[in-house]
Design a protein. Structure first.
Lengths: 114, 115
C-alpha cells in the first residue's frame, strides 16, 4: 500500500529558529512536492523535486528551501521561521512527470511559529 | 497558467440528500482533472480523476464527476450523502508536457452533513 509519512504531526517553534520538515515515501516515486495549506487558500505549491538533488520552485518559495539527497526523502527547510509561516504543511509524491499521475499525500505537519 | 475556482467555501446538506460541489478550471488544452477529499486531521485522498474519454467519471465512496468542456467545469456529485462524507473537498488541475506532474488546487469546499 502507498505510504507517505511526515516526521511530525504538530510542531511549535520560535521566530528565527531553523526548522526542518521531513517527508518519506516508500513507493519509489520520482516526484515529490511540498505544499502549504491555509484556510480559504487551498493548497499552494512551495517546492517540488523531480529527481534526486533536483528541485524547482513552486508558487510560493520565498522563505523556504528544500533538500533531496535520497529518492525517498524530501525535506523542507525554514531557514529563519517567521510567524507568517504558521500553517499546515503537506508533502506528496507521484510516480512520474505526467500531469495524469496521482499525487499521494502525507498526513500533514501543523507548524506554529511563536 | 492554469487555475481552479471552487465557488462554494462551505456547503451544508442533510444526511441522505444529494450533493453537488462545483469546480471551474482555466487551462488552454485538455486538462487533467482531479477531486481529492481531506477528512479532519488527515492528508488528501484521491476520489476520482479525468483525463479523456467518457466525460462522466466514477470514483470511490459513491462519488462521480462530470467534465463539461463548454462550461470549463468538473462538478462532483453524490446521490445520497452519508455523515462520514463530512470533510473538505479539493478540485485540482494538472498540465501535460514538462509540468513534472504539478497540480493547481482550488480553494476547497467544506462539507457539513446534518443528521
Amino acid at each position: 500500500d502507498v505510504k507517505v509519512t511526515q516526521s511530525s504531526r504538530y510542531l511549535v517553534k520560535r521566530t528565527g529558529e531553523k526548522v526542518f520538515l521531513e517527508c518519506v515515501q516508500d513507493m519509489d516515486h520520482e516526484n515529490m512536492f511540498w505544499y502549504r495549506q491555509d484556510p480559504g487558500l487551498g493548497l499552494r505549491l512551495i517546492y517540488f523535486s523531480y529527481d534526486v538533488k533536483m528541485k524547482e520552485k513552486g508558487d510560493i518559495p520565498e522563505g523556504y528551501s528544500v533538500s533531496r539527497e535520497k529518492k525517498e526523502r524530501f525535506s523542507l527547510i525554514l531557514e529563519s521561521a517567521s510567524t507568517n509561516q504558521t500553517s499546515m504543511y503537506l508533502c506528496a509524491s507521484s510516480f512520474g512527470g505526467s500531469g495524469r499521475d496521482t499525487q499521494y499525500f502525507g498526513p500533514g505537519t501543523r507548524l506554529t511559529v511563536l | 497558467a492554469q487555475s481552479v475556482t471552487q465557488p462554494d467555501i462551505h456547503i451544508t446538506v442533510s444526511e441522505g440528500a444529494s450533493l453537488e460541489l462545483r469546480c471551474n478550471y482555466s487551462y488552454g488544452a485538455t486538462p487533467y482533472l482531479f477531486w481529492y477529499v481531506q477528512s479532519p486531521g488527515q492528508g488528501l485522498q484521491l476520489l476520482l480523476k479525468y483525463f479523456s474519454g467518457d466525460t462522466l467519471v466514477q470514483g470511490i465512496k459513491g462519488f462521480e464527476a462530470e467534465f463539461k468542456r463548454s462550461q470549463s467545469s468538473f462538478n462532483l456529485r453524490k446521490p445520497s450523502v452519508h455523515w462520514s462524507d463530512a470533510a473538505e473537498y479539493f478540485c485540482a488541475v494538472g498540465a501535460g508536457g514538462t509540468s513534472y506532474g504539478k497540480l493547481t488546487f482550488g480553494q476547497g469546499t467544506i462539507l457539513t452533513v446534518h443528521p
